[in-house]
Design a protein around this ligand. Structure first.
Ligand SMILES: NC(=O)c1ccc[n+]([C@@H]2O[C@H](COP(=O)([O-])OP(=O)(O)OC[C@H]3O[C@@H](n4cnc5c(N)ncnc54)[C@H](O)[C@@H]3O)[C@@H](O)[C@H]2O)c1
Ligand SMILES: O=C(O)C(=O)C[C@]1(C(=O)O)C=C[C@@H](O)C=C1
Length: 311
């Protein structure tokens, strides 16, 4: 028999893209009897109330977690440690405490030491998002057919993990469990590096435009436009991701730079065969992802990297 996904009282710390999407999906699927959220500014509290999705909007995180059976931190990765410290004394014994951060090792290191022994800490990362943020950006369908990765520390109560898994599955997600370190390596290449590349190339094009006084960006074609969408993602969120996943990103950046050098050499030498072979291989990878209906987070694809093998 599968686990009941329902929680009595759910507290969402932060009502942005992800918090707002969880609220909408949980409400639609009847996954909580009551949803409470924090919004720090008066303006956001008024807006969240106006949206009419949650039952209660409060100003402090401590107030939000009171009596909550499930607490989800939906805030930038760098804020999770301080917020764990802030809410620790107010958590209900037996509650499931989770998050949605894009990095998992740092979250475990920053949050776990503050949490009382009588709560169940099950970190999570829904691998689904957009370049938008704030209370109006969320939507109930965001998680449908997307991965949600859980990274429960060793010794976590299996029933708590199963309950959170059922909650995410009921919002449409495909759930997988892995270690925080493995998560961070896989996401460094499939999500963090692509964002770094987008942030770089859009900045480079803009600088070129200024230096040459040309209209580089005005005449940009489809490929560049896709990069600008990614490069419009939230600066606070992505600053925190790169600070928190420094080691894995630097490791993947090293491998990426070597591969870029190989393609650079092929262009310089006029080695059409090397370019054609490379592009043929990557086209097959894309087609494989689309075929299995997985156009986000495709762990373990491409040339195998020793560190990416499943633990
Ligand atoms: N945007 C994405 O594509 C995406 C996808 C998956 C996971 N994530 C992760 O989800 C988390 C939230 O991202 P988002 O896109 O929803 O961001 P967002 O900017 O839309 O929302 C974040 C919210 O957190 C609030 N906040 C910040 N510090 C706080 C604090 N100390 N206490 C209470 N509230 C606080 C902000 O006011 C804001 O409302 C991040 O950790 C991010 O890494 C993002
Ligand atoms: O599609 C996008 O806009 C995203 O960047 C979403 C995306 C990703 O890289 O896939 C970004 C960060 C998250 O942690 C999860 C999902």
């Amino acid at each position: 028999m599968s686990m009941d996904p329902h929680f009595q009282r759910v507290a969402l710390i932060g009502f942005g893209l992800i918090g707002g999407s969880i609220a909408r999906a949980a409400k639609l699927q009847g996954l909580a009897s009551e949803i409470v959220t924090t919004a720090r500014s008066e303006k956001t509290r008024a807006r969240v109330l106006e949206l009419g999705i949650v039952d209660q909007v409060v100003a402090t995180n401590a107030e939000a977690v009171k009596d909550a059976d499930l607490v989800i931190l939906c805030i930038p990765v760098g804020a999770c440690g301080p917020v764990a410290q802030e809410i620790a004394a107010h958590l209900k014994p037996g509650a499931v405490i989770s998050d949605v951060g894009s990095v998992k090792g740092a979250i475990v290191r920053d949050m776990a030491p503050h949490l009382p022994k009588d709560v169940h800490f099950v970190p999570a990362h829904p691998v689904a998002g957009t370049e938008h943020s704030g209370p109006d950006s969320g939507f109930a369908e965001l998680f449908i057919n997307r991965w949600c990765i859980l990274t429960p520390p060793e010794g976590t109560d299996a029933a708590a993990t199963a309950h959170l898994r059922a909650f995410w599955a009921a919002m449409g997600a495909k759930v997988e469990v892995m270690t925080p370190d493995h998560h961070d390596l896989v996401l460094a290449i499939t999500s963090h590096l692509p964002h770094l590349i987008a942030y770089t190339i859009v900045g480079t094009a803009d600088e070129l435009q200024q230096v040459t006084e040309s209209e580089v960006i005005k005449f940009s074609a489809g490929g560049f436009r896709d990069f600008t969408r990614i490069a419009a993602s939230d600066p606070t969120m992505w600053r925190d991701v790169f600070l928190a996943n420094k080691d894995a990103v630097l490791e993947m950046l090293g491998t990426f730079t070597e591969d870029l050098a190989k393609l650079t050499r092929a262009i310089r030498r006029g080695d059409g065969e090397a370019l054609f072979d490379h592009f043929t291989r990557t086209r097959a990878i894309r087609r494989g992802i689309v075929e299995i209906g997985q156009d986000s987070a495709a762990p373990d694809f491409g040339r195998p990297h020793a560190a990416l093998k499943k633990p």
